[in-house]
Each structure stands twice: as structure tokens, then as C-alpha cells.
Design a protein. Structure first.
Length: 202
């Protein structure tokens, strides 16, 4: 179901709902979102994109009540922190896709490593402009996800430094079809590496 800040205030959760979408959720409406998650336990896909005021408590409620979650998009949710994403990864182990782009409340790679290690069915990561995408995290992703990984968005990441990290990713993830390294200004790639990426993802 798709909501806006007006419709969410009168929403009646359907126990059969598997999708929940809202953009730019206002702080005063966060309680309605939480109430929805407490009731609609069959939700598999949640998008809270551009909801910069959504806090950890909403993610914790989602983790506690929606353990069939497969896809989560919290891009630009700048108030969530490592602790809630770690707990979500421990509760929602069927997760296959996550978007943590521009979640500037996530510090270091701890939360991302938890997702990689706990959610063993991951196929897609969106980590644009995220400091979580370190060399260490991407190597762990390659080793844990392997052939399951199909999509990895790293545009604007400044915490990825080693060319060897990218080459390791390509060697361990043969089914990776989408890889974005746009504006990763601290990642030094040779022409040979660029050609390898192009060949791998064509």
C-alpha cells in the first residue's frame, strides 16, 4: 500500500498487506507508521524513502513485528543509527535487499557488516553516499553473498580506497549485474580494472 502524510493518519492495516510505501514521512506521523507495523505482520517490502525524521524506534518496531521482511528502503532517513539496523538484521534474516543511501546517522561499517553476516539471502545493496561501504565491508559482502549478489550501488562513496577490493568483489560475485562506482573519488582504478568491471557487468 502507498501512503502520503495525509492518508497515513486514517490508514487501516490489512493483515494481508505485503508492501508499505511512504515518502517524506513527517515526524508527527511516525506513530501512525509504527502502529501499522505492529498490526501488518505479513509485510515483506517497506519503503520510507526521504523520511529524514524517522527514528530508531520505528526500525525496532519493524524488526519486532515484521520478521518476513525482504526489502527495506530507508534512503535519506538520516536519524536512524547503527543499533536499529543491527537489531533489524538479527530479526529479519529473510532480507534480500536494503537501501541505506545517505543514512548519515550510520557511523562506520558496523551496521552493514551485521546485515551481511546475519542476512544470508542478500542480493542487492544501495549504499550511495554511505560511509558504511568500507573496503572491509565490501570484502565481507563478496565473501558472504558470493553468487547471490546481483546489484551494488556505491555512488559517491568516499570510504572505498583499494582497487583490490573491487577486483575481489568481481571474482567472488559472478552474477553481479549492476555496479555503480560513480564519484568514488578515493577509489583508484586502473584502465585494466575498469575494463574488468565493464566486462563483468555487461
Amino acid at each position: 500500500m502507498k501512503f502520503d502524510n495525509r492518508s497515513i493518519t486514517s490508514a487501516t492495516p490489512d493483515l494481508a498487506d505485503e508492501e508499505f510505501y511512504i515518502r517524506h514521512c513527517l515526524k508527527e506521523n511516525e506513530g501512525f507508521v509504527q502502529s501499522f507495523f505492529m498490526t501488518a505482520q505479513h509485510i515483506e517490502e517497506v519503503s520510507l524513502v526521504n523520511s529524514k525524521d524517522i527514528c530508531d524506534n520505528t526500525i525496532l518496531i519493524l524488526a519486532a513485528h515484521c520478521m518476513n521482511l525482504k526489502s527495506l528502503n530507508v534512503s535519506r532517513a538520516r536519524s536512524i543509527t547503527n543499533s536499529s539496523i543491527i537489531q533489524l538484521s538479527e530479526a529479519c534474516r529473510t532480507l534480500t535487499s536494503i537501501n541505506l543511501s545517505q543514512c548519515f546517522g550510520l557511523k562506520g561499517d558496523t551496521a552493514l557488516l551485521a546485515v551481511i553476516q546475519n542476512c544470508t539471502h542478500m542480493t542487492s545493496f544501495d549504499l550511495n553516499n554511505s560511509e558504511a561501504a568500507t573496503d572491509n565491508a565490501i570484502v565481507a559482502m563478496a565473501d558472504h553473498c558470493g553468487a547471490k549478489l546481483r546489484r551494488l550501488m556505491l555512488s559517491g562513496v568516499h570510504t572505498l580506497h583499494k582497487q583490490e577490493t573491487v577486483l575481489h568483489l568481481l571474482s567472488r560475485c559472478p552474477n553481479l549485474a549492476e555496479l555503480s562506482l560513480k564519484d568514488c573519488r578515493n577509489t583508484v582504478l586502473t584502465r585494466q580494472s575498469i575494463d574488468s568491471i565493464a566486462e563483468h557487468c555487461k
